[in-house]
Design a protein around this ligand. Structure first.
Ligand code: NI
Length: 170
């Protein structure tokens, strides 16, 4: 497997709307494997294709993993939210493309998502709790949205200042 490069803010690909893909073939499965491996190595619970420089509607999630064990990898191709709850929740989020930073973001408490799985089969899942937050965060990446676009301007400018400072000190 190949470890992919994770692009960081303010790389322009992170602002692009990603394209739908036509289906899942062996080449796509290799890419999904590489994405999962890259996500595990970077210590993330989710990764979207634009973060590794591919502007396509593809993401991987494993919100059950811990430091020693892979949990339950979920591969989503062309995911769509087909229902969302009225209830919203606030949770702290981070992002591999905005390293070292975290902020509280408001999300729908539950979403129902339709997608193609690793075998190209259509699936639907009702995501709640942490899974709901992760899937909304990753799907935002497919529309060129980062979690820092969903916080107040003041909080964003403080966070970006900190990010810049930490980058310069490395
Ligand atoms: Ni992210």
């Amino acid at each position: 497997m190949t470890r992919l490069t994770v692009y960081e803010y303010p790389h322009p690909i992170l602002k692009q709307k990603a394209q739908k893909v036509s289906g899942v073939d062996d080449e796509m499965r290799r890419f999904l494997d590489d994405m999962l491996e890259t996500m595990y190595e970077a210590g993330g619970v989710g990764l979207a294709a634009p973060q590794v420089g591919v502007s396509q509607r593809i993401l991987v999630i494993d919100y059950e993993r811990d430091e020693e064990h892979a949990g339950n990898p979920i591969y989503m191709v062309n995911p769509e939210i087909i229902w969302k709850s009225e209830e919203k929740v606030c949770g702290e989020e981070g992002c591999l493309s905005v390293p070292g930073q975290r902020a509280e973001v408001e999300r729908y408490a539950q979403v129902r998502v339709r997608y193609l799985d690793y075998n190209g089969k259509e699936q639907e899942v009702l995501a709640d709790d942490f899974f709901a937050i992760v899937v909304q965060h990753e799907m935002d990446h497919l529309d060129g949205i980062l979690y820092i676009d969903r916080i107040s301007r003041l909080k964003r400018s403080m966070l970006l200042k900190k990010l810049k400072k930490e980058k310069n000190s490395v």
